[in-house]
Design a protein around this ligand. Structure first.
Ligand SMILES: Nc1ncnc2c1ncn2[C@@H]1O[C@H](COP(=O)(O)OP(=O)(O)OP(=O)(O)O)[C@@H](O)[C@H]1O
Length: 773
């Protein structure tokens, strides 16, 4: 197989060289052809080079099949053995052997050397069980590095038979691949599970593409792994359809960087975009992974009530902020505004000055529109629900109408043609005047989502826009949290701000005069940024341009940790999959969102009426049973009656309960050091959100095997050993605190230490109150 792969690499290299030579010809046609060739060869080369490690990982030895026909991948199609495949005394001979790898490889005569793991013929490799083995007699998982085989692990599925292979009896080696895979030390990146996908996971990965596939399962059941393998499977099944792109939505940037290596290792790149919720909106380049809203703020920002507030804000932001001296006067001071009078005036950024009246000279006369008239015009222009930025032309026309009404007052135009001519001349006269164009720019500026968000940091204005939707306390919380932004909205955004920005983007519509360039779908799909083409260079387009033009509508959307999306985030994700098929994976018991019903409503809206099929994953592959048992105590408090998944292995290592001394930092450091000594791989130290900066300091100098995480950051990740600090404080952080604690306690693949502080009320053995029976 490696010999054949080398041949393929030489072919790809030859094509690249050949394409490079063609650039000497210089005609546009030749260059375009060259581009296409470079692109194809580059893609191919990239894949082959990527896949050389551990390329072939599986083998199945099968009995002869019933029909004797071969499918498109060259393998025999029948699932059941031929009637005479097994003799009366249980003797049988292997009729067919298939090798399974990350990509399919054909030999020079187009016969299959290696079968792609996603091909139908590879399904028995994953699905066969001793209860229902089909034709599979032996399943072998091969571990290799480069060309060196490190080990093989066999599962014998028909132990009752005496089987021969090429005349010799069939050897069986090792204890099975799954246990070998689960026992290995973890690094900071997730590995694919392609060699040991289990039957219940395989059903999800190969489920039909249409509609919505919903997957639930407790911690460690492989939901994230399955979701990523499904992306690769869908591309294999119908590459043309999914050329529209697959979006994988992940809750945190940490989980994105943890998982993003999996797809390339499965031979897929480019077509799949893995994005954190905080970087989905186009304008979220500044979304900072470090900014978290306090739970009460997050709860308001994530709620569907914000839709109304944002719609009002988008229209209201056109009005100048009310200067401090005028507050409490006139129609704009509603009762609820007085509640904010204790706020220092001018704490929020001041908006640009807007002239109170419009004054132009046209047809030799000075025409003036006063404040009240201007307000009437603005309100008329804003009627309806059209995107605000698209209403500027309407507002401009209404201004001209009002000016014309003044200019034409007392005059009559009996000839309609002459009247129209006169009006055209008038409009031209006015609109070429600087005073008019400058006024229009200040009075109806092109609004950006960020500028509107910044305007919402003014408590009085937000109070007006949120009237009867948010209570004064909620208004205050939201406004204060937005003071991180300057008047144009620049500054650090929280993940919840990003969903608001995205909603505003829809409400405002495109910026006038913004240059919208058509996107070449190929650019987004290949991921081969290193192959620059003639077309790229002539258009002067860089990597950054492409990022900014990221697609906003995908063919398939995969939502990981779906239980955590706020209603506003569901709306944001929903907009990216309005015509998509979906895979949604999650675990309600791990939800850090406090209003599940509202989130369910938003989720139903995003998924629409598509048909749904549901799967449940039931086996915990991450935690040893000793760790799972401790976590299940919190599950019983967080979601009484929920059954935890069954842990497949046990290590005999009981979790350690320690009590912190007077210096919490020193205790954390000592416990982390202890775990570093005990495991070869990674150690995760999970602390309450408010302590995460300090915790980084406590662990300084311990090396990069150990990381400090806030409780909300631990989502989806795993470590060989986990230290959970102050469980009661984690549980008290928010209404969903117990579920967040459950997440923290289920991150360990080998060892768990729980470090209690005084508030945890540890007993004589150091077991905190929350974890006692
Ligand atoms: N079939 C398998 N073979 C080998 N390892 C597996 C298998 N299934 C899952 N795992 C491993 O189990 C761990 C948990 O998987 P994953 O993170 O996908 O679970 P999850 O359900 O998303 O968990 P959580 O809900 O806690 O985020 C990972 O290390 C994954 O590689």
């Amino acid at each position: 197989m490696y010999h054949r792969l080398e041949e393929k690499i030489h072919e790809a290299e030859f094509l690249m060289d050949d394409a490079a030579r063609r650039s000497q010809v210089g005609t546009p046609g030749a260059l375009a052809e060259r581009d296409a060739q470079v692109f194809r060869a580059g893609l191919h080369l990239n894949r082959l080079n990527n896949e050389f490690e551990d390329f072939l990982f599986g083998r199945i030895d099968l009995l002869r099949g019933q029909d004797g026909r071969r499918g498109p991948d060259g393998a025999f199609t029948s699932v059941d053995p031929a009637e005479d495949a097994v003799g009366e005394g249980g003797e049988a001979a292997i009729g067919e052997t298939l090798h399974i790898g990350r990509l399919g490889v054909l030999d020079a005569d187009y016969a299959p050397l290696v079968i792609d793991w996603r091909a139908p013929a590879a399904a028995p490799f994953y699905r066969a069980t001793p209860v229902d083995p089909g034709r599979v007699v032996r399943r072998r998982v091969i571990r290799s590095k480069g060309r060196k085989v490190l080990g093989v692990e066999d599962d014998l599925l028909r132990p009752e038979l005496s089987v021969t292979l090429d005349g010799d009896s069939l050897p069986v080696v090792g204890d099975g691949a799954l246990m070998a895979a689960l026992g290995r030390a973890r690094s900071h990146t997730m590995r694919d599970i392609v060699a040991s996908i289990q039957a219940e996971q395989d059903l999800v990965i190969r489920a039909p593409a249409g509609g919505v596939t919903e997957v639930t399962g407790g911690p460690g059941t492989g939901k994230t792994a399955v979701a990523l393998h499904r992306a690769a499977y869908l591309l294999y099944q119908d590459r043309r359809r999914y050329a529209g792109g697959i979006l994988v939505v992940s809750p945190t940037p940490l989980l994105v960087s943890y998982t993003e290596g999996v797809l390339p290792s499965l031979g897929e790149e480019g077509q799949v975009a893995i994005r954190a919720l905080g970087s989905l909106a186009e304008d979220a380049a500044g979304a900072s992974a470090d900014v978290y809203d306090e739970p009460p703020v997050a709860r308001v920002k994530g709620s569907l009530r914000m839709v109304k507030v944002l719609r009002r804000a988008a229209r209201g932001a056109l009005e100048a902020p009310v200067p401090a001296v005028r507050q409490g006067r006139g129609a704009e001071s509603g009762d609820d505004l007085r509640l904010f009078d204790d706020e220092p005036a001018g704490a929020a950024p001041a908006g640009p000055a807007v002239p109170a009246s419009l004054r132009v000279v046209a047809f030799g006369r000075t025409l003036v529109l006063e404040e009240a008239e201007l307000r009437r015009i603005r309100n008329a222009a804003l009627g309806g629900t059209a995107p605000v930025n698209l209403l500027r032309p309407r507002a401009r026309r209404l201004l001209l109408d009002a000016l014309w009404a003044q200019a034409a007052a007392g005059r009559s135009f009996p000839d309609p043609e002459l009247a129209a001519e006169e009006r055209r001349a008038f409009d031209e006269d006015v609109t070429t005047e600087d005073s008019f164009t400058c006024f229009l720019d200040a009075w109806w500026p092109a609004l950006t989502p960020r500028a509107v968000l910044a305007a919402m940091s003014d408590e009085r204005r937000l109070g007006r826009w949120a009237r009867r939707v948010l209570n004064p306390r909620e208004v205050r919380l939201v406004a204060r949290s937005l003071r991180r932004l300057d008047e144009r909205g620049r500054g650090p955004l929280s993940v919840h701000d990003v969903a608001l920005l995205d909603e505003l983007d829809t409400v405002l519509g495109p910026q006038p005069r913004a240059r919208v360039r058509q996107v070449d779908p190929q650019d987004q799909l290949t991921g081969l940024d290193e192959v620059t083409t003639y077309a790229d260079r002539t258009a002067g387009r860089g990597r950054r341009d492409r990022k900014a033009e990221e697609r906003t509508d995908y063919a398939h959307v995969i939502v990981d940790e779906a239980q955590d999306l706020t209603p506003m985030q569901w709306r944001m994700v929903g907009r990216r999959g309005s015509n998509a098929t979906w895979t949604v994976v999650g675990d309600p018991a791990q939800s850090s969102w406090s209003d599940p019903e509202e989130a369910q409503q938003a989720r139903d809206e995003a998924l629409g009426r598509r048909t749904r099929r549901s799967f449940e994953l039931t086996v915990n592959y991450r935690n040893p049973s000793e760790v799972a048992e401790v976590a299940s105590k919190v599950l019983a408090l967080a979601m009484p009656g929920t059954r935890p998944p069954v842990a497949v292995r046990s290590t005999g290592l009981v979790p350690r309960f320690a009590v912190a001394g007077p210096d919490l930092g020193a205790s954390v450091r000592a416990e982390a050091e202890r775990l570093l000594d005990e495991v070869d791989g990674t150690v995760g130290v999970v602390v309450p959100m408010g302590q995460r900066q300090r915790a980084r300091g406590w662990l300084k100098g311990l090396g990069d095997r150990v990381v400090a995480l806030g409780s909300l950051e631990a989502k989806g990740l795993e470590y060989d050993a986990t230290l959970v600090v102050s469980p009661a404080a984690v549980a008290d952080e928010s209404p969903a605190g117990l579920r967040v604690l459950y997440v923290a306690l289920t991150r360990a693949t080998q060892r768990l230490t729980v470090l209690s502080a005084e508030a945890d009320l540890p007993d004589a053995d150091g077991v905190p109150d929350l974890l006692r029976d």
